[in-house]
Design a protein around this ligand. Structure first.
Ligand code: GDP
Ligand code: MG
Length: 310
């Protein structure tokens, strides 16, 4: 296979491809920016590539460049153990990425949370790009002052001022990212950057919400499968998923008292899914106990079989 070449009729075109980590406090507009960069073609894929541990939120294609946007969930001061685990995953995503985009909410500026993120980003040995988002909410002078302040703190290679919501400045940012990602072959075939993996992404999103809600009570072995993903005539999407746990006691935990936990997991997942797809989502969650025959030596013994060594 020839690396980084594309084009028919013997034409050689250099392709570029890389991971871009979006880092910023909650609500700075990371999800909105992913949607804006990816554009109208929903090009969301789930995590498949082993080199990064963070969740891939979308792939933006610019001519011969593939920009793989890696979300970094929950970069905030972690209190609980699981939160800490998620945060360290987020940071490892940043270290694995080719480029790091640090987002600031232009209206909020460099508050304590942003300062603490800056402190950590400093040790990430990657090219950093500053993105001031929500410029629609502030006056120009304020923006320039904030850009200067942030650049004094951290050596950014470039600064962009955008409104992820209105799309202002997003094209420039996308083109810059396309130039900055390293030369190399596409990691995702162009025709695969499409809708099929949405089912997987949908399952990952629900799983993430289960983690967030259940913290240490979390049934580690739980998995989520998307059984149905149908677009309806009214433009909404119907998604059916099954959450598999290993024991009845775990099923009760996931359901919660009077179904309160599953309801709230469903509400969070549905919100994010509809943000990502830009369509109303009807989400139906089922919880089932799937006893794990393959991994449980007792089960094999119980029916008089040897547990396979491999
Ligand atoms: P995330 O938590 O970083 O992923 O942030 P979101 O993308 O969910 O955005 C948080 C809120 O900020 C949402 O209500 C967005 O609509 C809003 N938002 C995002 N970008 C902009 C922007 O450029 N301008 C304005 N006015 N609001 C924005
Ligand atoms: Mg988000």
């Amino acid at each position: 296979m020839t690396d980084g070449e594309l084009g028919g009729d013997g034409a050689k075109v250099e392709t570029r491809c890389g991971f871009v980590a979006l880092i910023g406090a909650p609500n700075v507009g990371k999800s909105t920016l992913v949607n804006a960069l990816v554009g109208s073609k929903v090009t969301i894929v789930s995590r498949k590539v082993q080199t990064t541990r963070a969740l891939i939120r979308g792939i933006a294609m610019v001519d011969y460049a593939q920009i793989i946007l890696v979300d970094t969930p929950g970069i905030f001061a972690p209190k609980r153990r699981l939160d800490r685990a998620m945060v360290s995953t987020a940071w490892s995503g940043a270290h694995d990425a080719d480029l790091v985009c640090v987002l600031l909410d232009a209206k909020v500026g460099l508050d304590d949370e942003a300062e603490s993120i800056f402190g950590k980003v400093r040790s990430v040995d990657r090219e950093k790009i500053l993105v001031l988002n929500k410029i629609d909410l502030v006056a120009r002078e304020g923006l320039l002052a904030l850009a200067k302040l942030a650049n004094d703190r951290l050596g950014f290679a470039e600064t962009f001022m955008i409104s992820a919501l209105s799309g202002d400045g997003v094209d420039d940012l996308r083109s810059a990212l396309a130039k900055e990602v390293p030369a190399g072959p596409f990691l995702y075939p162009e025709d695969q950057v499409s809708d099929a993996p949405m089912r997987q992404l949908a399952a990952e999103i629900t799983r993430e919400k289960i983690f967030r809600q259940l913290h240490q009570e979390l049934p580690y072995q739980s998995t989520v499968e998307t059984d149905g993903f149908t677009e309806r005539k009214d433009g909404s999407i119907r998604i059916e998923q099954t959450i598999f746990v290993e024991r009845e006691s775990q099923r009760k935990i996931v359901l919660g008292k009077n179904g309160a936990t599953i309801k709230s997991i469903g509400a969070e997942a549905r919100k994010e899914l509809s943000e990502i797809t830009g369509q109303p989502v009807h989400l139906f969650l089922f919880v089932k106990v799937r006893e794990n025959w393959g991994d449980d030596p007792d089960r094999y013994r119980g029916i008089g079989l040897q547990f396979p060594k491999e």
